[in-house]
Ligand binder design. Structure first.
Ligand SMILES: [Fe+2]
Ligand SMILES: [Fe+2]
Length: 129
């Protein structure tokens, strides 16, 4: 299953929307199931970098905006970071070439739910700062 960005995922904050779109696009590439190890390695590294940068950005905006559910949101981010790390470890172990595509599809499903639920909830708080 490949997931693409849809306009309905936009939250009305241009920087956050741009970050989300980039993350979904990298996951869409990974979920296509390339067998080229170098390409996948590069995309996984890009994904890890984007995830770290985006979460830091989001967490700093939530702090500035006084978002009351910050602690719970931090837990959700930690869980996702761990899942990305797991994907990388399983891909490096290399036992199942289709695994990275399956995990990327799972991650993009998780991320879209996260954007539509948990991220949408903090938007009013960061827009008022
Ligand atoms: Fe986000
Ligand atoms: Fe988030």
């Amino acid at each position: 299953m490949t997931t693409h960005w849809l306009c309905e995922y936009e939250l009305g904050h241009p920087e956050i929307d741009r970050d989300h779109r980039a993350l979904i696009e990298v996951l869409a590439i990974l979920s296509m199931g390339y067998c080229d190890r170098d390409l996948v390695d590069t995309q996984v590294k890009i994904l890890e970098r984007y995830v770290i940068d985006h979460f830091e950005h989001e967490e700093s905006l939530m702090r500035q905006g006084g978002f009351p559910e910050l602690a719970h949101h931090l837990d959700l981010h930690a869980q996702f970071r761990a899942d990305v790390k797991r994907m990388r470890a399983e891909w490096v172990a290399g036992e199942n070439p289709d695994l990275q595509a399956e995990i990327a599809a799972e991650l993009s499903h998780w991320l879209i739910n996260h954007i539509q639920g948990a991220d949408r909830a903090y938007i009013p708080w960061i827009l008022k700062t």
